[in-house]
Write a protein that binds this ligand. Sequence first.
Ligand SMILES: Cc1cc2nc3c(=O)[nH]c(=O)nc-3n(C[C@H](O)[C@H](O)[C@H](O)COP(=O)(O)O)c2cc1C
Ligand code: SF4
Ligand code: SF4
Length: 287
Amino acid sequence: MKVKIIFFSQTKNTRQIAQAIAEGISNRGAEVDLVDWLAIKDEPPEKILGNCDLLGIGTPVFFYQLPFCIRDWLRKFPSVSERPYFLFATYAVVVGTTFRDTDNMLRKKGWQLLDYAAFLGFGSYQAYLPWPRLSVQFPDAYEETKARQFGEFQVIKHVCFRNGKRNFLARPAKAPLSWRRKKMFLPKWMVNRIHPAFVLDTDKCIGCGTCAQCCPDSAITMVDNRPVFSGNCSRCYLCEKNCSQNAIMPDWNSFRKYVVRLYEEYPDYLKYSEELRDLYTKHPNHR
Ligand SMILES: Cc1cc2nc3c(=O)[nH]c(=O)nc-3n(C[C@H](O)[C@H](O)[C@H](O)COP(=O)(O)O)c2cc1C
Ligand code: SF4
Ligand code: SF4
Protein backbone atom coordinates (compact mmCIF):
# COMPACT_ATOMS: atom_id res chain seq x y z
CA MET A 1 0.00 0.00 0.00
CA LYS A 2 1.36 3.41 -1.02
CA VAL A 3 0.51 6.53 0.98
CA LYS A 4 1.40 10.06 -0.07
CA ILE A 5 1.33 12.81 2.57
CA ILE A 6 1.45 16.35 1.21
CA PHE A 7 1.94 18.98 3.90
CA PHE A 8 2.36 22.72 4.06
CA SER A 9 4.44 23.96 6.94
CA GLN A 10 6.00 27.33 7.63
CA THR A 11 7.46 26.82 11.07
CA LYS A 12 7.81 23.03 11.21
CA ASN A 13 4.79 22.18 13.41
CA THR A 14 2.87 20.51 10.59
CA ARG A 15 6.06 18.92 9.27
CA GLN A 16 6.73 17.40 12.71
CA ILE A 17 3.20 15.97 12.88
CA ALA A 18 3.40 14.74 9.27
CA GLN A 19 6.59 12.87 10.14
CA ALA A 20 4.97 11.25 13.18
CA ILE A 21 1.93 10.22 11.11
CA ALA A 22 4.28 8.77 8.48
CA GLU A 23 6.03 6.80 11.21
CA GLY A 24 2.71 5.33 12.34
CA ILE A 25 1.84 4.39 8.76
CA SER A 26 5.23 2.68 8.24
CA ASN A 27 4.78 0.85 11.54
CA ARG A 28 1.80 -0.82 9.89
CA GLY A 29 3.90 -1.89 6.92
CA ALA A 30 2.77 0.68 4.36
CA GLU A 31 5.06 2.73 2.15
CA VAL A 32 4.94 6.51 2.76
CA ASP A 33 6.06 9.39 0.61
CA LEU A 34 6.27 12.72 2.48
CA VAL A 35 5.96 15.71 0.18
CA ASP A 36 6.54 19.35 1.11
CA TRP A 37 3.81 21.31 -0.65
CA LEU A 38 6.11 24.28 -1.24
CA ALA A 39 8.25 22.09 -3.49
CA ILE A 40 5.35 20.99 -5.72
CA LYS A 41 2.90 23.90 -5.50
CA ASP A 42 3.31 24.89 -9.15
CA GLU A 43 2.77 21.39 -10.53
CA PRO A 44 -0.74 20.31 -11.56
CA PRO A 45 -2.30 18.30 -8.68
CA GLU A 46 -3.10 15.37 -11.03
CA LYS A 47 0.58 14.87 -11.64
CA ILE A 48 1.52 14.98 -7.96
CA LEU A 49 -1.32 12.82 -6.67
CA GLY A 50 -0.26 10.09 -9.08
CA ASN A 51 -1.46 6.62 -8.31
CA CYS A 52 -1.01 6.43 -4.53
CA ASP A 53 -3.57 4.30 -2.69
CA LEU A 54 -4.16 6.84 0.04
CA LEU A 55 -3.57 10.59 0.20
CA GLY A 56 -2.85 12.59 3.38
CA ILE A 57 -3.14 16.38 3.48
CA GLY A 58 -1.54 18.40 6.29
CA THR A 59 -1.94 22.11 6.84
CA PRO A 60 -1.69 24.79 9.50
CA VAL A 61 -4.76 26.86 10.35
CA PHE A 62 -4.51 30.46 9.20
CA PHE A 63 -7.15 33.07 10.02
CA TYR A 64 -9.69 30.52 11.32
CA GLN A 65 -9.51 28.53 8.07
CA LEU A 66 -7.32 26.77 5.53
CA PRO A 67 -4.40 28.92 4.36
CA PHE A 68 -5.61 30.61 1.17
CA CYS A 69 -2.82 29.04 -0.86
CA ILE A 70 -3.88 25.53 0.19
CA ARG A 71 -7.56 26.31 -0.37
CA ASP A 72 -6.76 27.49 -3.91
CA TRP A 73 -4.66 24.41 -4.56
CA LEU A 74 -7.40 22.06 -3.33
CA ARG A 75 -9.83 23.81 -5.66
CA LYS A 76 -7.71 22.50 -8.53
CA PHE A 77 -8.03 18.88 -7.42
CA PRO A 78 -9.34 16.55 -10.11
CA SER A 79 -12.69 14.83 -9.81
CA VAL A 80 -12.24 11.18 -8.92
CA SER A 81 -14.33 8.13 -8.34
CA GLU A 82 -14.24 7.43 -4.58
CA ARG A 83 -10.61 8.10 -3.71
CA PRO A 84 -9.74 8.01 0.02
CA TYR A 85 -7.79 10.70 1.85
CA PHE A 86 -7.12 11.85 5.40
CA LEU A 87 -6.63 15.32 6.72
CA PHE A 88 -4.72 16.85 9.60
CA ALA A 89 -4.09 20.37 10.78
CA THR A 90 -1.91 22.06 13.36
CA TYR A 91 -3.21 25.12 15.15
CA ALA A 92 -2.44 27.35 18.09
CA VAL A 93 -5.81 28.40 19.46
CA VAL A 94 -8.77 27.84 17.13
CA VAL A 95 -9.20 25.28 14.31
CA GLY A 96 -12.03 27.33 12.80
CA THR A 97 -13.65 26.00 9.66
CA THR A 98 -10.59 24.17 8.30
CA PHE A 99 -11.88 20.59 8.34
CA ARG A 100 -15.45 21.20 7.25
CA ASP A 101 -14.38 23.52 4.41
CA THR A 102 -11.90 20.98 3.07
CA ASP A 103 -14.38 18.14 3.27
CA ASN A 104 -17.07 20.25 1.55
CA MET A 105 -14.67 21.10 -1.24
CA LEU A 106 -13.27 17.62 -1.88
CA ARG A 107 -16.44 15.61 -1.21
CA LYS A 108 -18.07 17.20 -4.29
CA LYS A 109 -15.18 15.85 -6.36
CA GLY A 110 -15.48 12.29 -5.12
CA TRP A 111 -12.76 12.36 -2.46
CA GLN A 112 -13.73 10.32 0.60
CA LEU A 113 -12.52 11.48 4.00
CA LEU A 114 -11.31 8.52 6.06
CA ASP A 115 -10.44 10.59 9.10
CA TYR A 116 -9.22 13.98 10.28
CA ALA A 117 -7.39 15.28 13.34
CA ALA A 118 -6.06 18.50 14.83
CA PHE A 119 -2.76 18.81 16.67
CA LEU A 120 -1.57 21.67 18.79
CA GLY A 121 1.39 23.53 17.39
CA PHE A 122 3.51 26.37 18.56
CA GLY A 123 1.67 29.59 17.58
CA SER A 124 3.43 31.19 14.64
CA TYR A 125 1.27 34.22 13.94
CA GLN A 126 3.53 37.26 14.21
CA ALA A 127 0.77 39.55 15.39
CA TYR A 128 0.74 37.71 18.72
CA LEU A 129 4.49 37.57 19.13
CA PRO A 130 4.97 39.76 22.17
CA TRP A 131 2.46 37.57 23.98
CA PRO A 132 3.57 33.97 24.20
CA ARG A 133 0.75 31.55 24.70
CA LEU A 134 -0.14 28.19 26.08
CA SER A 135 0.63 26.38 22.86
CA VAL A 136 4.27 27.32 23.19
CA GLN A 137 5.49 23.87 24.11
CA PHE A 138 3.67 22.09 21.26
CA PRO A 139 3.77 19.81 19.36
CA ASP A 140 4.90 17.85 22.41
CA ALA A 141 5.43 14.11 22.93
CA TYR A 142 1.71 13.61 23.54
CA GLU A 143 0.76 15.21 20.20
CA GLU A 144 3.41 13.14 18.45
CA THR A 145 2.09 9.91 19.97
CA LYS A 146 -1.42 10.92 18.93
CA ALA A 147 -0.10 11.54 15.42
CA ARG A 148 1.62 8.15 15.22
CA GLN A 149 -1.58 6.41 16.32
CA PHE A 150 -3.55 8.48 13.84
CA GLY A 151 -1.17 7.24 11.12
CA GLU A 152 -1.64 3.62 12.19
CA PHE A 153 -5.44 4.00 12.13
CA GLN A 154 -5.37 5.32 8.58
CA VAL A 155 -3.83 2.07 7.38
CA ILE A 156 -6.53 0.05 9.13
CA LYS A 157 -9.26 2.36 7.84
CA HIS A 158 -7.89 2.06 4.35
CA VAL A 159 -8.17 -1.74 4.54
CA CYS A 160 -11.86 -1.37 5.52
CA PHE A 161 -12.34 1.15 2.71
CA ARG A 162 -10.75 -1.18 0.17
CA ASN A 163 -13.10 -3.93 1.36
CA GLY A 164 -16.08 -1.79 0.50
CA LYS A 165 -17.02 -0.52 3.99
CA ARG A 166 -18.17 3.11 4.04
CA ASN A 167 -20.03 3.51 7.33
CA PHE A 168 -16.95 4.74 9.23
CA LEU A 169 -16.16 7.66 6.89
CA ALA A 170 -15.70 10.99 8.65
CA ARG A 171 -17.81 14.11 8.29
CA PRO A 172 -16.40 17.09 10.21
CA ALA A 173 -19.06 18.94 12.19
CA LYS A 174 -20.01 22.47 11.23
CA ALA A 175 -17.76 24.89 13.12
CA PRO A 176 -19.37 26.93 15.95
CA LEU A 177 -21.10 30.10 14.79
CA SER A 178 -18.53 32.42 16.38
CA TRP A 179 -15.71 30.81 14.38
CA ARG A 180 -17.70 30.81 11.17
CA ARG A 181 -18.50 34.48 11.69
CA LYS A 182 -14.82 35.33 12.20
CA LYS A 183 -13.89 33.38 9.08
CA MET A 184 -16.64 35.19 7.16
CA PHE A 185 -15.05 38.52 8.01
CA LEU A 186 -11.64 37.28 6.94
CA PRO A 187 -11.73 36.64 3.20
CA LYS A 188 -8.37 37.01 1.46
CA TRP A 189 -8.95 40.62 0.34
CA MET A 190 -9.89 41.67 3.89
CA VAL A 191 -6.91 39.87 5.45
CA ASN A 192 -4.75 41.63 2.90
CA ARG A 193 -6.33 44.98 3.63
CA ILE A 194 -6.16 44.92 7.43
CA HIS A 195 -2.64 43.52 7.78
CA PRO A 196 0.46 45.70 7.88
CA ALA A 197 2.12 46.58 4.58
CA PHE A 198 5.63 45.39 3.82
CA VAL A 199 8.46 47.74 4.52
CA LEU A 200 11.77 46.75 2.98
CA ASP A 201 14.95 47.84 4.67
CA THR A 202 17.02 48.35 1.54
CA ASP A 203 20.24 48.64 3.56
CA LYS A 204 19.70 45.14 4.98
CA CYS A 205 18.37 43.40 1.82
CA ILE A 206 21.10 41.51 -0.04
CA GLY A 207 18.86 40.62 -3.00
CA CYS A 208 19.12 36.85 -2.39
CA GLY A 209 15.56 36.21 -3.65
CA THR A 210 14.67 33.73 -0.88
CA CYS A 211 11.47 35.64 -0.13
CA ALA A 212 10.32 35.37 -3.76
CA GLN A 213 11.20 31.67 -3.95
CA CYS A 214 9.34 30.69 -0.77
CA CYS A 215 6.19 32.78 -1.31
CA PRO A 216 3.27 30.31 -1.54
CA ASP A 217 1.23 32.81 -3.59
CA SER A 218 4.01 33.82 -6.01
CA ALA A 219 3.29 37.37 -4.85
CA ILE A 220 6.89 38.61 -4.87
CA THR A 221 8.82 39.56 -7.98
CA MET A 222 12.49 40.44 -7.88
CA VAL A 223 13.12 43.72 -9.70
CA ASP A 224 16.68 45.02 -9.78
CA ASN A 225 17.55 42.56 -7.01
CA ARG A 226 14.85 43.90 -4.73
CA PRO A 227 11.54 42.18 -3.82
CA VAL A 228 8.38 43.86 -5.06
CA PHE A 229 5.19 42.73 -3.30
CA SER A 230 1.98 42.28 -5.29
CA GLY A 231 -1.69 42.30 -4.43
CA ASN A 232 -2.01 38.50 -4.60
CA CYS A 233 -0.36 38.22 -1.18
CA SER A 234 -2.33 36.30 1.46
CA ARG A 235 -0.41 37.77 4.40
CA CYS A 236 1.13 34.52 5.59
CA TYR A 237 4.41 36.36 6.27
CA LEU A 238 6.58 33.40 5.35
CA CYS A 239 8.77 35.85 3.42
CA GLU A 240 9.36 37.83 6.60
CA LYS A 241 10.13 34.65 8.57
CA ASN A 242 12.53 33.32 5.91
CA CYS A 243 14.52 36.51 5.34
CA SER A 244 17.90 35.82 6.89
CA GLN A 245 18.67 39.56 6.98
CA ASN A 246 15.42 40.62 8.71
CA ALA A 247 15.01 43.08 5.88
CA ILE A 248 11.23 42.67 5.61
CA MET A 249 9.70 44.71 8.37
CA PRO A 250 5.91 45.08 8.37
CA ASP A 251 4.66 47.49 10.99
CA TRP A 252 3.25 44.92 13.42
CA ASN A 253 2.99 47.32 16.33
CA SER A 254 0.00 49.27 15.04
CA PHE A 255 -1.74 46.00 14.11
CA ARG A 256 -1.17 44.46 17.54
CA LYS A 257 -3.35 47.13 19.15
CA TYR A 258 -6.29 45.48 17.37
CA VAL A 259 -5.17 41.89 17.96
CA VAL A 260 -4.83 42.30 21.71
CA ARG A 261 -8.62 42.67 21.88
CA LEU A 262 -9.01 39.23 20.29
CA TYR A 263 -6.46 37.89 22.68
CA GLU A 264 -8.55 39.04 25.62
CA GLU A 265 -11.18 36.51 24.54
CA TYR A 266 -8.79 33.87 25.85
CA PRO A 267 -7.97 35.13 29.35
CA ASP A 268 -6.06 31.99 30.31
CA TYR A 269 -3.57 32.65 27.62
CA LEU A 270 -2.93 36.12 28.99
CA LYS A 271 -2.74 34.77 32.55
CA TYR A 272 0.04 32.35 31.72
CA SER A 273 1.78 34.43 29.12
CA GLU A 274 4.41 35.96 31.38
CA GLU A 275 5.49 32.57 32.75
CA LEU A 276 5.73 31.15 29.26
CA ARG A 277 7.77 33.95 27.75
CA ASP A 278 11.05 32.22 28.50
CA LEU A 279 9.93 28.86 27.24
CA TYR A 280 8.60 30.47 24.09
CA THR A 281 11.82 32.08 22.98
CA LYS A 282 13.78 28.88 23.61
CA HIS A 283 11.37 26.66 21.65
CA PRO A 284 13.14 24.98 18.70
CA ASN A 285 10.38 26.03 16.34
CA HIS A 286 10.88 29.68 17.21
CA ARG A 287 12.48 31.60 14.37
C1 LIG B 1 -0.81 34.08 9.31
C2 LIG B 1 -1.15 33.12 10.41
C3 LIG B 1 -2.46 32.99 10.84
C4 LIG B 1 -2.78 32.07 11.86
N1 LIG B 1 -4.08 31.95 12.25
C5 LIG B 1 -4.41 31.01 13.20
C6 LIG B 1 -5.77 30.79 13.58
O1 LIG B 1 -6.71 31.39 13.06
N2 LIG B 1 -6.01 29.87 14.55
C7 LIG B 1 -5.01 29.16 15.15
O2 LIG B 1 -5.28 28.35 16.03
N3 LIG B 1 -3.72 29.33 14.79
C8 LIG B 1 -3.40 30.24 13.82
N4 LIG B 1 -2.09 30.40 13.45
C9 LIG B 1 -1.06 29.57 14.07
C10 LIG B 1 -0.77 28.34 13.23
O3 LIG B 1 -1.92 27.65 12.85
C11 LIG B 1 0.08 27.34 14.05
O4 LIG B 1 1.16 27.99 14.59
C12 LIG B 1 0.49 26.18 13.16
O5 LIG B 1 0.87 25.10 13.98
C13 LIG B 1 1.66 26.55 12.26
O6 LIG B 1 2.05 25.41 11.55
P1 LIG B 1 3.48 25.33 10.82
O7 LIG B 1 4.54 25.48 11.88
O8 LIG B 1 3.48 23.97 10.22
O9 LIG B 1 3.53 26.41 9.79
C14 LIG B 1 -1.76 31.29 12.46
C15 LIG B 1 -0.44 31.43 12.02
C16 LIG B 1 -0.14 32.33 10.99
C17 LIG B 1 1.29 32.45 10.52
S1 SF4 C 1 14.92 37.28 1.55
FE1 SF4 C 1 15.45 39.21 2.54
S2 SF4 C 1 17.50 39.68 1.86
FE2 SF4 C 1 16.70 38.13 0.47
S3 SF4 C 1 15.81 39.33 -1.24
FE3 SF4 C 1 14.17 38.93 0.22
S4 SF4 C 1 14.17 40.75 1.54
FE4 SF4 C 1 16.12 40.75 0.47
S1 SF4 D 1 4.36 38.03 -0.03
FE1 SF4 D 1 5.01 37.14 1.93
S2 SF4 D 1 3.18 37.28 3.20
FE2 SF4 D 1 2.51 37.54 1.10
S3 SF4 D 1 1.91 35.50 0.47
FE3 SF4 D 1 4.06 35.78 -0.13
S4 SF4 D 1 5.25 34.95 1.58
FE4 SF4 D 1 3.16 35.22 2.30
